[in-house]
Ligand binder design. Sequence first.
Ligand SMILES: [Zn+2]
Length: 501
Amino acid sequence: MGVLLITVSLVWFFPAQGAEPKNVILLIGDGMGPESVGLAIYYNRFMNGMDKRLNMERLMAAGNTGYCLTYQYGTVVTDSASAATALASGVKTRDAIIGKDHEGRSMKTLVDITRQLGKSAGVISNTRMTHATPAAFYANVVHRDMENEIAAQLVERGDLAIALSGGAQHFIPAGVKVEDHPALKGIDIKAGWGGSRRKDSRDLIGEARNKGYAFVASEKELLALDAQKTEKLFGLFSASSFPSAIDRQPQHQTGVPTLSQLTEKSLEILKKNPRGFFLMVEGGQIDNVAHGNDVASVLHEMMEFDGAMGVVMSFAEQNPDTLVVVTADHDTGGLAIASSSYNPPPPIKLASGETWKTKYNFAEKVIFEKMAKQKKSFLKMVEDSKWNPAALKKEIEESTAFAITEEQAAALIAKDSRTGFPTMKENRKFYKSDEKTPTALMGRLFGKEMNTAWAVGTHTHTPVMIFANGPLAEKFRGLLDNVEVPQIIAGGWGATLPAPK
Ligand SMILES: [Zn+2]
């Protein structure tokens, strides 16, 4: 009798342990190394109270946590396309390849398996629908830059019940501007306007509508949409990627929905399938701002992603047959919040009568107060200054906690006469593009004030965190390899990955 009681109570507390998950929600933080996770957790505790917990911490508290190795086929460091292919198809491949193995063979994805099982599939990202991470879940191409082809595959295959992201420029006919397309009137100029990137006259938005998709292009249209009357939803909210989360705060008004809003509406639609669903949610811009070494912007992306986790967790609490897995494709930038000898605190007289003094600054709460004062991404400050030193000085002083001279501002944007771009004096090869040089230099200039340092402007080898809750979650403990993530999910459904398409 006693044994039976214990069994019953275990079942009560862990209702779905070991069972097959009806629904799977995979959240991928692009570029979300453990340093970004630590940044968000410490920020929240130091600023909001040491007893405060983020959604991601509540997920981790369930105890199903681990580390995930991210190396790609033949190399130590990974690209987002190959990492996403590993997470979607369970196979290691070469950099830039999407949905194919290292010999170019198209591979099945979790979305393919979902569809075979009669479940619904959804993909959400705050980058572009055709960007590496979302693309790897529904497309098969040899290079991630083939975004027009990726867009065509999305619509032709029609496998996704939910497709919500940015990147409208790849879905409209050549020669048409985003702001002129009748379906895209909801896109605000601050979310980016501009011409089609297609080379043909295909209107993939029209084609998607003919296939039964409802289409939305703004927060307003998304929120007004009746989930009960919608089976398939396609939404494009910006010409290219969404503006950075820090540039989407209320004072900037862009009309672009949050990742939480996208997730919430998607779940309302997907949950109508009695067989269940698979949903991938990408916090896609952690990587972008980490490439630019902009720590306050990373923090905003992390909070945006954490908000989506909160929505997913509430859903999973109501629907315990849901597996939630959170991980990253790789780390970007090698961020450190570090002790330094800059500005150490003054000596303190202790209650014991002794004097405590230190030569080092171990980063007090004030570093987060300075981060909180930043109102724009570094990149937007540079863009809004129109590359004028006096204007950049003004931008920085209005939008950050830092003072700067006009000479310093000029140095941030000084163009190399040979390249025509500002160039990093050191470590240039570890920066992806010269376009991000001013932001990386800002990261360095203000780093000592925030106790932050960045190793590089590219991806690193650092293993990423993984945490899960719900049925099968116990399989995500310990040290994993990224290809195991979809293999475990597919295995839980009685399917096998990797598998040729
Ligand atoms: Zn990247």
